[in-house]
Design a protein around this ligand. Structure first.
Ligand SMILES: [Cu+2]
Length: 128
């Protein structure tokens, strides 16, 4: 009796942890450890349900090109929060699209603005 109760509690805790784990903790676990992202002015990012395959980008100031490869079943976009949430590129399911944005040096956050997606689809962009 008591064993069963403990088992149920453990399962509930594991579910809670999984539910909370989508956001912050993932970046360090997924990325190559200690690797400094190479600076580039053009990026090809895979967007799935619900992730970006790159979450740390480094770029020189100026025009930056984003190619969004949507391998998911949902639509996805890439928005720069500090650029008034400008939608740089939008890709329908299964489509690939490219967009550009001009950015000054600074730290930016990019994310997918489709409702409910941001918790899993967010990253940082360092422009210098
Ligand atoms: Cu999305």
């Amino acid at each position: 009796m008591s064993t069963r109760r403990i088992g149920t509690t453990t399962a509930a805790v594991a579910l809670l942890l999984a539910a909370c784990g989508g956001g912050d903790g993932d970046a360090s676990a997924d990325g190559a450890e200690g690797a400094t992202p190479a600076a580039a002015s053009a990026f090809e990012i895979e967007a799935g349900d619900l992730y970006f395959d790159q979450e740390e980008l480094v770029a020189p100031a100026g025009e930056i090109e984003f190619t969004l490869v949507n391998v998911g079943a949902a639509e996805h976009d890439l928005v720069i929060e500090e650029a008034d949430d400008e939608v740089v590129v939008f890709a329908a399911p299964g489509e690939t699209a490219t967009g550009t944005i001009e950015l000054e040096a600074g730290s930016y956050t990019f994310y997918c603005s489709i409702p409910g997606h941001r918790s899993g689809m967010e990253g940082t962009l360092e422009v210098s």
